[in-house]
Design a protein around this ligand. Structure first.
Ligand SMILES: [Zn+2]
Length: 299
């Protein structure tokens, strides 16, 4: 038996393990001109579970169609479940979590859920390259973050292409602007080893320091959030700090393709890999392309 990972672009993956298909996020559709698989969520015909990292459209949207076309059960925050309920997904196909839960996915596979943080998306418009050192923006309280988020939305709805704007409109039914819903990270335990899934560049140091996955799927985009404050440093440093906390044997990046041109950038992973290579232990960086069915376990 082995565990395989398929990347669907952005932070969406599917994990095939112990005869099950577990989606990690569900965002598969893309605006015209974006990088991606060319598939839509309607093309997915096999899924047993969908684990949602947070409620933003670029993670959650599409789950409603995967659930309709498969027997999948969604596991996500109360907000993710609320959004899906407004799209007509039956409540008995969803499990609400907030962190602290361990759920049996099958006889040999479990997932544990842990609270996490969202990247400091309020702090920037278009994303920076991963070796750009970002300083400041410390101690910015909720109201100012909201004001800056409104500025970002203004930017996205005026400065991006028509295709991107149309995509933004289409992808937000049921959201009515209630935010990320609280970010979660998941630790999936399989007979061959464990896999951590993070879909946005944020963390609680105390929580991440307790988790010891064999494989870590880590978001590699945006301004990192450490315990609620923006990293004073680069994205490359942020990702490498997490590798240091988790000490996995291998790392896979997510969220680093150009999934929404005008906001995202195709992240050059080289500076991130050099930061990881500077750590005083061995870790393998896997960089699968789309839908390559990469064997990630056993190592
Ligand atoms: Zn998000």
């Amino acid at each position: 038996m082995a565990t395989y990972l398929d990347w669907y672009g952005c932070a969406t993956f599917s994990l095939r393990t112990s005869g099950m298909t577990i989606f990690l996020d569900a965002y598969i559709d893309r605006p015209e001109g974006a990088q991606g698989t060319g598939l839509t969520a309607s093309d997915i015909t096999e899924a047993d579970y969908i684990l949602i990292g947070h409620s933003h459209f670029d993670h959650l949207w599409g789950a409603e169609r995967i659930i309709e076309n498969t027997d999948a059960t969604l596991i996500g925050s109360y907000e993710s479940v609320r959004v899906m309920e407004t799209l007509g997904v039956p409540l008995d196909r969803m499990i609400c979590v907030a962190g602290g839960e361990t759920i049996d996915l099958g006889p040999d596979v479990t997932v544990s859920v842990h609270p996490s943080q969202h990247s400091c998306v309020w702090s920037h418009a278009q994303m920076d390259e991963p070796d750009v050192v970002c300083l400041g923006d410390l101690g910015v309280h909720w109201h100012e973050q909201q004001d800056r988020f409104v500025e970002l939305m203004k930017y996205l709805t005026t400065e991006t292409s028509e295709a991107t704007r149309a995509h933004l409109q289409e992808s937000q039914p049921g959201h009515s602007d209630r935010g990320d819903g609280g970010a979660l990270i998941y630790l999936i335990e399989t007979p061959e080893g464990s896999v951590l899934f993070q879909d946005t560049s944020g963390r609680y140091d105390g929580i991440m320091g307790e988790l010891k996955p064999d494989v870590a799927i880590l978001a590699a985009a945006g301004r990192g959030n450490i315990n609620g404050e923006p990293i004073q440093g680069s994205l490359a440093q942020f990702v490498a700090q997490q590798v240091d906390l988790l000490r996995p044997q291998s790392v896979v990046f997510g969220h680093h393709d150009n999934w929404m041109p005008g906001f995202s950038i195709p992240v050059n992973t080289e500076p991130i890999i050099s930061e990881i290579e500077n750590l005083p232990f061995d870790v393998t960086v896997l960089e699968p392309g789309y839908l390559e069915g990469t064997t990630i376990l056993p190592l």
